[in-house]
Design a protein around this ligand. Structure first.
Ligand code: NAD
Length: 511
């Protein structure tokens, strides 16, 4: 029994304003672009959901110019008024949560509860951004010169290019667009080619809010591939900031192009996240966390756990528990409420999974569970456990699939060194009841990642913290904390309200 009958799907799509064929170009108004028509496929069935008309090169220019012009008006709106627009956007998302969550499930194969969770994350971001719109604080400093005052203030930066990955087809836009909006920056969104319908649906919700507020077109959309949209956007000097989420290969390429024009980037790239489980850890807790982090989203989160480092004393027990738990994972239609694991995104991802396991075997890995592609429509594979030996080269790569490499270790030093030996540095965790081990993991000699957790898995971060990672993960930070500063330009102001002109550092320059 499935909850997604064809008629309930078409009603949900209609409520989101989606048609059988949709424009992929929004610049304050939807227009018919000149690119090709692509069908978005449901990865659980391989069947088309609806089509999107992609932009051509001239269409990109039209959307980019509208975004640049919107900045002139939007930057003058007081920040709390900008926040009010974002508040209404959050309300719009609340109203459409069920339908948009379902669309995430249909288009990228996330299970129902994760699809809904992703929309909730957008709503959380809206709430956060609304509060932030009254808290874009600068510091004031004591001047070393008499009768002088010094402070810093934050101005809007300019139009922001937002390039997103398939696996968070709506939330990552919200991380960027909502913060950018309260900071006074319009956005041009280039979504993943794998999730165009989610982008159209979100932009339609945003469009209603902009119209109701007579606001400039600050949430624009250009759907196309890396050549038609990604490349011109990265090179476009009208966009002082490019926030790009995706693979490290993509980040390397975009990073170079933006650096060449001395623009700013926020790069949110691949992860290769590890969990350490120490002697005496709460294994029940660790097991549940590892399952969600390694199998959830079919291993297609940037924060998915890909490496498990077990202390030798608990390794055999934990492996047995894992094999048992993996064998009870319900794989299938992600729209069915009891399903725990849906499909991979496309056939290429299945091929990557297969190849990675072949290489793992050649490099000395032993499959403890899974390893097979499922013989059914769509792109389904088994969640897989591989007993690994340290420094198997394949374990240093991110394979975007539910493969978990399991290592054993003797000492915490050895485990931390192994943990940090990969090129990526996004998320990490330790399961331990030993306070010294926990603190060590969080210390300067511990995890080298942007995120380090204790007795919590590597995935499922809250929006209140700054999200991002080090090394080949790109160094960007998004969402909470003071991530907003990347979307603004800082200005240091010194005011002399005296009648003399003293120079800093005691320099004299008298004529
Ligand atoms: P991808 O790199 O294939 O594509 C991401 C986006 O970049 C797409 O919109 C794509 O069209 C665009 N793109 C790719 N190459 C480009 C180029 N040279 N110039 C301009 N645009 C380009 O990634 P994907 O398969 O969609 O997503 C999976 C990857 O994203 C994984 O590596 C995952 O770890 C990463 N990811 C990272 C985070 C994070 O916050 N660190 C979050 C989600 C996903």
């Amino acid at each position: 029994m499935t909850v997604t009958s064809p008629s309930s799907i078409s009603s949900a799509l209609a409520r989101l304003g989606l048609a059988e064929e949709n424009s992929g170009a929004f610049a304050g108004a939807w227009f018919e672009p000149s690119g090709k028509v692509v069908h978005s496929l449901n990865p659980a069935t391989g069947e088309p959901i609806a089509a999107v008309h992609e932009v051509g090169r001239e269409d990109y220019e039209r959307v980019a110019q509208a975004t640049a012009e919107a900045f002139d008006a939007w930057k003058r709106w007081p920040a709390p008024r900008r926040g009010e627009v974002v508040r209404q956007l959050g309300e719009g998302l609340r109203r459409h949560k069920e339908d948009l969550g379902l669309l995430v499930t249909l288009e990228v194969g996330k299970i129902r509860s994760e699809g809904l969770g992703e929309v909730q994350e957008m709503i959380d971001m809206a709430d956060f951004a609304v509060g932030l719109s009254r808290q874009l604080y600068g510091l004031s400093m004591h001047s070393e010169r008499p009768l002088h005052r010094m402070y810093e203030q934050w101005h809007p930066l300019g139009p922001v290019g937002v390039i997103t990955a398939f696996n968070f087809p709506v939330a990552v836009w919200a991380w960027n667009a909502m913060i950018a909006a309260v900071c006074g920056d319009p956005t041009l969104w280039k979504p993943s080619e794998q999730a165009p319908l989610c982008a159209v649906a979100v932009t339609k919700i945003a469009e209603q809010v902009l119209r109701a507020n007579d606001a400039p077109p600050i949430f624009n959309l250009a759907i196309g591939d890396r050549h038609t949209v990604g490349a011109p956007l990265s090179a476009d000097r009208r966009f002082p900031l490019i926030s790009a989420t995706g693979s490290t290969t993509m980040g390397r390429s975009i990073g170079k192009v933006v650096a060449d024009r001395l623009g700013r980037t926020i790069l949110e790239l691949g992860g290769n996240n590890g969990i350490l489980v120490t002697e005496g850890a709460d294994l029940d807790l660790a097991l549940r966390a590892v399952l969600f982090a390694a199998v959830g989203t079919a291993g297609q989160r940037c924060t998915s756990t890909r490496r498990l480092l077990l202390h030798r004393s608990i390794a055999s027990d934990m492996k047995q528990r894992l094999v048992k738990a993996y064998s009870s994972i319900r794989i299938g239609d992600p729209a069915e409420p009891s399903t725990l694991m849906g499909p991979l995104i496309h056939a290429r991802a299945v091929e990557d999974y297969r190849k990675a396991l072949e290489v793992a075997r050649q490099q000395g890995g032993r499959i403890l569970y899974g390893g097979n592609v499922l013989d059914r429509p769509g792109f389904f594979v088994e969640p897989t456990l591989v007993e690994a030996v340290p420094h198997m080269p394949i374990t240093c790569e991110e394979t975007f699939a539910p493969i978990l490499y399991v290592f054993e270790y003797e000492t915490l030093d050895e485990a931390i060194a192994l943990h940090n030996s990969v090129p990526q540095g996004l998320s990490s965790a330790i399961f331990t009841l030993d306070m010294r081990a926990a603190e060590r993991f969080l210390s300067v000699d511990g995890s080298d990642c942007g995120i380090a957790n204790v007795n919590i898995g590597t995935s499922g971060a809250e929006i209140g913290g700054a999200f991002g990672g080090e090394k080949e993960t790109g160094g960007g930070r998004e969402a909470g904390s003071d991530s907003w500063k990347a979307y603004m330009r800082r200005q240091t102001c010194t005011i002399n309200y005296g009648t003399d002109l003293p120079l800093a550092q005691g320099v004299h320059f008298d004529v």
